[in-house]
Design a protein around this ligand. Structure first.
Ligand code: ZN
Length: 320
């Protein structure tokens, strides 16, 4: 019987210090840093740790190690209960239980098909706190929008608003299509799209300029004209600006590029159009979509006042 990783021999009377350290580090990466077995294997191999037969770690061998009770000085008895094995372990019983729970959570996770949210990225906001709604799934695995509650860094919204994605998107879609049926609207949309195209060019120029500054920073650092801290601070600022501008560019391009073509039946057009086109037209027509809490949990209709649509003033429209 081969020896178990962390132990000198099959009798498990003595631990191997270097492997015990490695085991503890791997376990803390799993439990504290929430890393996947794959990432842990990559890390362990990078550190030069090898299995008992000298092979590289793989996610499967990490998984096997984490499921072996002996690493916590435990064994399963005949009834399948975890009991003291009478030898030392590298980790505590509590840590081993946490590893089992982690394994359980990983194996029962339902693979969810990605839902293509129409109104994330600033298109819909929480009526209570003004935070942008994000995509979220309820326990029933139904896609929904929600105001994400504050995390431990205080980043987030009030957490009070949640709405079924199809309910909200259906409501918005009906109103957008009704707007598109108004006379003269297509000409106004064409004008608005021309303005957005100009904006797309501006955003692209801003991105080029920031990328130029990025290269310049690297050059200055290479010539030792600025410190490593200044380089890092500068790069961080540029990266954050770039991220914001790139996401505005993506939406602006969606607004500029959709085409209603000669669609006569706009309901049909809406129902079959790609999300990017629907998002483009929605963002072009609506400045903001505010969602307020429902009167009770599980309300399956849009109650009056729950969703407030703020229409943009396109040139020549009365706006409402
Ligand atoms: Zn909120």
């Amino acid at each position: 019987m081969p020896r178990l990783y962390g132990f000198e021999d099959a009798s498990r009377r003595r631990l191997r210090d270097d492997e015990i350290d490695a085991t503890r580090l791997m376990v803390s990466r799993a439990l504290i840093s929430d890393e996947s077995n794959h990432d842990i294997a990559v890390w362990a191999n990078g550190e030069g740790y090898r299995g008992t037969l000298g092979g590289e770690w793989k996610d499967a061998s990490i998984g096997r190690l984490f499921r072996t009770p002996a690493i916590a000085g435990l064994r399963y008895d005949d009834d399948g209960e975890l009991v003291d094995a009478g030898h030392l372990g590298a980790i505590t019983r509590e840590e081993f239980m946490a590893l089992l729970a982690r394994e359980e959570a990983r194996s029962t996770k339902v693979p969810e098909p990605a839902y293509d949210y129409l109104l994330t990225g600033g298109a819909s906001t929480c009526g209570n706190c003004k935070w942008d709604l994000g995509g979220a799934r309820t326990n029933a695995v139904t896609p929904g929008y929600r105001c994400r509650p504050k995390d431990k860094n205080g980043h987030g919204g009030c957490g009070e608003v949640r709405i079924d994605a199809e309910l909200l998107e259906g409501y918005v879609g009906e109103h957008v299509v009704a707007e598109l049926l108004k006379p003269g609207i297509r000409a106004q949309i064409a004008q608005a799209q021309a303005a957005v195209r100009k904006q797309v060019e501006d955003l692209k120029r801003d991105i080029k300029e920031l990328e130029g500054r990025q290269a310049e920073l690297g050059r200055l650092y290479g010539n030792r004209e600025i410190s490593g801290e200044a380089l890092v601070a500068g790069e961080r600022e540029i990266a954050s600006n770039l991220k914001g501008i790139r996401s505005r560019l993506r939406y602006a391009e969606q607004m500029a590029n959709f085409s209603l073509g000669h669609a006569k039946d706009l309901v049909k057009w809406w129902n079959s159009a790609p999300t990017a086109s629907k998002r483009g037209i929605t963002l072009l027509l609506l400045e903001k979509i505010e969602v307020f809490p429902a009167s009770a949990r599980g309300v399956r209709t849009i109650e009056p006042g729950r969703v407030v649509l703020h229409w943009r003033k396109l040139s020549g429209t009365s706006g409402d």
